[in-house]
Write a protein that binds this ligand. Structure first.
Ligand SMILES: O=C(O)c1ccc[n+]([C@@H]2O[C@H](COP(=O)([O-])O)[C@@H](O)[C@H]2O)c1
Ligand SMILES: Cc1cc2nc[nH]c2cc1C
Length: 335
């Protein structure tokens, strides 16, 4: 294959001459195109999917912006390790492996076997008053994530997150990265009522006014979380290692946006699993030019939506690798 154009033409030819009317596998054809292009082969492997959940706490939780208390982050990590969370159930259902990373949960380290400890700190600072993390800690989180993304043995990597108040962080980060208004980006998260939503918007308006225009990594340090920064780094590392990245919901998409702004080539390795019920998700997807595969009313996070998209990728791989062409099968082509 001499040029990218030759490769794209050969790939399109392979897809078009499968035993089907032209274009009749719709978005599955798009997925096949992404995976072949990411791996640089007309016969990409799509054997294994690995979910990594990044967990961390957020200083902004102290401002009453979530329906749940901060200790739930720590408790849910124990739930993941025990196999009892939604992500565990879905990972079993679709045959994905699962890893959990402590990127910076409040309190002491767990010291538990089976948990990957990459703690940048014991939770971020409240970005209402000061940067969530220092520039150095942001760079460390990105680098730790990059290594994790690059070393995964899977063909497709799904990333999930757990962090009480991280929809506030994702909204503020998304606002600084895109300029979209907080009235659009701030949503109910884990289930705030109308008063809670109004309060969350007010807190975030004040927090956003603390800074002016920011570069992507500055915005990540000012308003991000350790799990968001580490996930952004993992996406950068996974793309460099030619893996397909399955992007989950609102918070994961804020990380994807940061990753694509920091290293633009990362965007081409991403597929977008679903459109979350969280209000601002559509605007972040639009900023990435992304059309998600599913719309199921999900708003859990943990990578649950990404896991549900994995069978679609696997099907796209089988289509490209094992479905017969008109020639193979002796089927008459279009008139
Ligand atoms: O993925 C999403 O679109 C999503 C939407 C709303 C909430 N969440 C999850 O809920 C938590 C954040 O909600 P909150 O209200 O505490 O900011 C965090 O652990 C996320 O995984 C996730
Ligand atoms: C129980 C619970 C589970 C979660 N999983 C991801 N975010 C979550 C938030 C809560 C509150």
């Amino acid at each position: 294959m001499t040029t990218d154009t030759d490769f794209a033409a050969a790939l399109q030819h392979k897809i078009d001459f499968k035993t089907k009317p032209l274009g009749s596998l719709g978005r599955i054809e798009d997925l096949a195109t992404v995976m072949a292009t990411v791996q640089g082969t007309l016969s990409p492997r799509m054997d294994g999917c690995e979910l990594t959940i990044f967990a961390a706490d957020h200083g902004i939780a102290a401002e009453g912006v979530s329906k749940f208390p901060q200790e739930v982050t720590r408790q849910m990590v124990l739930n993941y390790l025990a196999g009892g969370a939604g992500a565990n159930a879905f990972a079993r259902a679709v045959g994905a492996r699962m890893k959990v990373v402590d990127a910076g949960i409040a309190g002491e380290p767990f010291g538990l076997e089976g948990l990957i400890e990459r703690r940048i700190g014991a939770g971020t600072k409240s970005f209402l008053h000061e940067p969530a993390m220092s520039a150095e800690d942001c760079a460390r989180a990105l680098e730790e994530g990059r290594k994790l993304g690059a070393e995964s043995p899977a063909d497709a990597v799904a990333y999930g997150e757990m962090g009480i108040a991280n929809t506030a962080s994702a909204a503020a980060l998304g606002h600084k990265l895109t300029g979209v208004g907080l009235d659009i980006l701030v949503g109910r998260g884990t289930g705030l009522d109308d008063d809670g939503l109004t309060h969350k918007r007010q807190v975030l308006e004040r927090a956003a006014a603390r800074t002016g225009d920011l570069g992507p990594q500055e915005a990540l340090a000012q308003y991000g979380g350790f799990e968001i920064a580490m996930m952004a780094g993992a996406m950068i590392g996974a793309a460099e290692a030619k893996k397909v990245i399955i992007v989950d919901g609102f918070i994961a998409t804020s990380a994807a946006l940061a990753a694509a702004r920091i290293v633009p080539a990362t965007r081409a390795a991403m597929v977008f699993s679903h459109r979350s019920e969280e209000q601002g998700h559509g605007a972040l997807l639009d900023a990435l030019g992304a059309e998600p595969l599913l719309r199921l009313g999900l708003r859990l996070g943990e990578g649950t939506g990404a896991l549900l998209a994995w069978p679609l990728l696997k099907a796209a791989g089988e289509m490209l690798n094992t479905m017969a062409s008109f020639d193979d099968a002796g089927v008459t082509g279009p008139q």
